[in-house]
Ligand binder design. Structure first.
Ligand code: ACM
Length: 484
């Protein structure tokens, strides 16, 4: 018999059968089998413990579990996690961790397989640089909720955060801006405070390793050919002649400056992708591709030459020219390009993964065009949007996007997966980001991992989950924060 009330785990587990008794998980609980050390780390257990109880990790051949599924069988003396490999074992451990309550872990069996292979969270580190310790803390939180992709938005008009050894000016100049908006951008006020920071390749490699040990792949994103004002400020030869020198942008919103389409800019892009691919082993690399303002191309003789040479319909088609150039280069590096769905309007190569953000309809459009798709519609997954429009909410870019709407999102059966977006403009600190991220990220986790929806059951589990978030120091938005 399958229990109707699902176990106290977010995202909701597949099927479960309760049994009598409890497994007394404690610091001294032994762990045996493959990847025992990872399990001990995640559970905070001592090495060489002498009980109570034993956690047994076991590799099994069961095609129905896939790469990430697991079976967890909890009995009073022993908790057995069976999976095909490290990923499934790790998710089983995260389930055990969440099930751990007063008096131990309730006995029973859980069989759990993710709905989607891609379960991501995008964090914008371009608008505000964030400490590596912050990123590690988020890796831990992602792993707890069985997310397997941390998408880092590393560059934008307001900052370039990725060390490129062949182009040091990108971080010397591009990682710093003179000031930032104060209050909402439409108020036109500025804080008068310089902001900057970047990540060395070494720091990023360490982050990649840290994340990999927790089942999370770091997906890097570099924005081409728009959202690139910081790069143009650092290397003016990437841009177009401008009456005023281009500086790292200090206001939010989209820059009118885009990369030019000359051979040197193309070579620059290849250099950046080479170094990026060297640091990030991810099979996928995100090349941005959204919100490209083509005005500079429309009046550029160099762009006109490129249009003619490449046999394009007009300057607007240079958006797609950029996309194909980047995707081709990544293919040569053994990687797959991912781009925001704006690229869909510009003849992208078929192997480009489309991240559909402009609306649910873009998911269908990308699938119809034959692409693999990550569903990221702003209507359901942009957690930088305010949760409510009642007075008392902090300044946000848009909204409202209530928890129930996020929870109710169903990306359909044909996509690679889905992910949450945490754009940074109005989330400069850990505290602000936590507030927007949680608890809605719990809802995205469930939309990404679990099949079916039961809002009542989710709400019950979420209420019981919040103390764990408290213990982990997450400054989530409390239910009573509604409106204030
Ligand atoms: C986006 O929100 N511009 C992808």
């Amino acid at each position: 018999m399958t229990s109707r009330v699902s176990p106290q785990v977010i995202p909701r587990v597949g099927s479960s059968h309760p049994a009598e008794g409890r497994f007394p998980l404690g610091r001294g609980t032994r762990v045996s089998g493959p990847h025992a050390e990872t399990a001990r780390d995640l559970l905070g257990l001592d090495a060489g413990g002498d009980g109570p109880g034993e956690i047994v990790l076991r590799l099994v051949t069961d095609p129905s579990l896939g790469e990430e599924g697991y079976v967890l069988t909890v009995a009073p003396e022993e908790a057995v996690i069976a999976a095909a490999g490290a990923a499934g074992l790790r998710w089983g451990v995260q389930t055990l961790r969440q099930l751990h309550g007063p008096g131990g872990v309730p006995c029973g069996t859980v069989r759990d397989v993710p709905r989607y292979a891609w379960r991501g969270v995008m964090i914008d580190v371009a608008r505000w640089w964030r400490p590596v310790s912050f990123l590690r803390a988020y890796v831990d939180l992602l792993s707890l909720h069985k997310f397997n992709v941390l998408h880092l938005h590393l560059t934008d008009d307001q900052g370039w955060r990725f060390e490129v050894r062949g182009h040091p000016r990108l971080t010397e100049i591009g990682a710093h801006r003179a000031e930032s908006p104060a209050g909402h951008a439409r108020e036109g006020r500025f804080d008068g405070t310089p902001h900057g920071g970047f990540y060395t390749q070494r720091e990023l490699r360490d982050l990649v390793d840290y994340a990999a040990a927790r089942g999370v792949t770091v997906l890097p994103e570099i924005e081409f050919p728009g959202h690139s004002q910081a790069a143009i400020a650092a290397c003016p030869w990437l841009g177009h002649p401008s009456a005023t020198p281009v500086e790292v942008r200090t206001s939010w919103g989209i820059s009118s400056h885009v990369l030019n389409v000359g051979d040197r800019a193309a070579g620059f892009a290849r250099d950046v992708l080479d170094e990026l691919s060297d640091v990030f082993p991810s099979r996928f690399v995100h090349i941005g591709g959204d919100e490209v303002r083509g005005d500079e191309w429309a009046t550029s003789p160099e762009a006109a030459r490129r249009v003619a040479d490449a046999g394009l319909a007009g300057p607007a088609a240079l958006h797609g020219w950029w996309g194909r150039l980047l995707a081709d280069h990544l293919r040569g590096l053994g990687r797959r390009a991912v781009a925001w769905d704006d690229m869909l309007d510009h003849d992208p190569p078929e192997d480009m993964v489309i991240m559909a953000w402009r609306g649910v309809d873009r998911i269908e459009a990308a699938l119809r065009a034959g692409h693999e798709v990550v569903a990221a519609p702003h209507t359901h997954t942009y957690l930088d949007y305010a949760e409510s429009d009642a007075p008392g909410e902090p300044v946000s870019i848009a909204g409202p996007l209530p928890l129930e709407t996020v929870y109710g999102f169903d990306a359909g059966g044909a996509v690679l997966g889905t992910q949450a977006q945490l754009w940074g403009e109005y989330l400069p600190t850990r505290e602000r980001l936590d507030y927007n991220a949680f608890p809605r990220l719990c809802a995205v986790a469930e939309a990404a991992w679990s099949s079916g929806r039961d809002l009542g059951d989710f709400t019950r589990r979420l209420t019981a989950h919040l103390p764990l978030l408290d213990r982990l120091g997450v400054r989530y938005r409390r239910p009573h924060d509604e409106g204030a």
